[in-house]
Design a protein around this ligand. Structure first.
Ligand code: M6R
Length: 367
């Protein structure tokens, strides 16, 4: 059942190229110009009416939502709030009949997400769109519209292919929303769709970083702390990298918006602390390099994640892992893979139960 892999998690990490491809299949028009989302019944008119979006989710799905916000706002300029379901529900959210609610849940059964969705409906939101991996799940049944992520069953408690396919679903929706609203950003859609189609093959290439990541994970497996830093979308991916590491390796990890380090956390950067620095956002690259210099100066061991062909970053950091070039906008889909591998190999090196980390359940059906 593990298809020759030692754990479900590593199997599922390797399934990502296919999962991404399956989630894209039949959702891009043949001429590559438009998104086709026949399953979404929202009409053009209804989409034009929407003036605010709330994305609600937990854990890894919430991290996907943060990327979704950036994608939707960039292409449509409609403001998006990304909320943790267990907070949203009790926050007296401001919802009108022009608010579109997007709930993201791999299982479609997460109690907090379900309760938040019901609360949003009760308060009279325009519509609920669910992004889920389980056809027929409670969330899928109660939502007005559903975009299924075709990741296939995810067994490992640590979510991997669900995250990358949630990102794909969110990019597709952002493009669709832009195209139907005929926004300025809609002009970018064909280029984005073209880049999306290349992601499965590129993800396959990123999987080849496994041996280097494994060596790094083994060397640092006895550390108690690790930091993930990035700016913009790299920060969103950092959050996911840190969660994954904590969840299965039990190494304390923090994700930091790199510019925020000097407002407190830099105090924790001492000799030998591993820092994973993401540098895929071109417009923030120089700023990111300065932040890396700050942690290097305190003795951190820096592993950078950068684009293939980056000739600069190696001069500043200790080790570089590269990913093939795509639009910086889509970088999270590729950048998350080495971070998933890092968590996996650190967990293995520490002798943990990778697929069933302590205290956690795959589907959290209690609040
Ligand atoms: O099934 P869901 O996407 O609603 O689950 C949400 C979280 O419980 C889940 O993503 C959790 O954070 C993962 N175990 C993280 O790897």
């Amino acid at each position: 059942e593990k298809g020759g892999y030692e754990h479900f998690m590593i199997k599922e990490i390797h399934e990502q190229p296919k999962a991404i491809k399956d989630t894209l299949t039949s959702r891009i028009s043949e001429d590559g110009q438009r998104v086709v989302l026949n399953e979404v019944s929202l009409t053009k008119e209804q989409m034009k009416e929407i003036d605010r979006i709330h994305i609600i989710a937990c854990g890894t799905s919430w991290h996907a939502g943060i990327v979704g916000k950036a994608a939707i706002e960039q292409l449509t300029r409609v403001p998006v709030d990304v909320e943790i379901a267990s907070e949203y529900r009790y926050s007296d959210p401001i919802i009108t009949d022009k608010t579109l609610v997007i709930v993201i849940s791999q299982s479609g059964e997460t109690a907090d997400t379900l309760a938040a969705m019901r609360e949003a409906k009760r308060l009279g939101c325009a519509r609920v769109l669910a992004i889920t991996n389980v056809v027929g799940s409670t969330i899928a049944r109660e939502a007005d519209d559903v975009i299924i992520t075709w990741a296939g069953p995810e067994i490992s408690v640590a979510s991997t292919k669900a995250y990358s396919t949630q990102l794909i679903a969110l990019y597709l929706f952002a493009c669709y929303f832009a195209q139907e609203r005929e926004t300025e950003g809609a002009k970018e859609v064909p280029e984005i769709l073209n880049a999306l189609k290349n992601l499965p093959a590129q993800a396959e290439k990123v999987l080849q970083t496994a041996p280097a990541i494994e060596a790094f994970a083994r060397a640092y497996a006895d550390k108690e702390d690790a930091f993930f830093i990035g700016r913009g979308l790299d920060y969103a991916v950092s959050l996911e990298g840190a969660l994954k590491l904590k969840e299965i390796s039990y190494i304390h990890a923090e994700a930091y918006a790199a510019g925020e380090l000097k407002h407190g956390t830099l105090a924790l950067i001492i000799e030998g602390v591993p820092v994973i620095a993401l540098a895929t956002q071109d417009h923030l690259y120089e700023k990111m390099i300065s932040n890396i210099v700050e942690v290097k100066a305190r003795g951190a061991y820096v592993l950078a994640l950068a684009w293939q062909g980056d000739q600069e970053i190696g001069k500043t950091v200790d080790q570089v892992i590269t990913i093939p070039r795509t639009l910086p906008f889509l970088a999270p889909v590729l950048a998350v893979i080495p971070l998933q591998l890092l968590a996996y190999y650190a967990s293995v090196a520490r002798g943990n139960d990778v697929d069933k980390p302590r205290n956690l359940a795959k589907s959290v059906t209690v609040e």
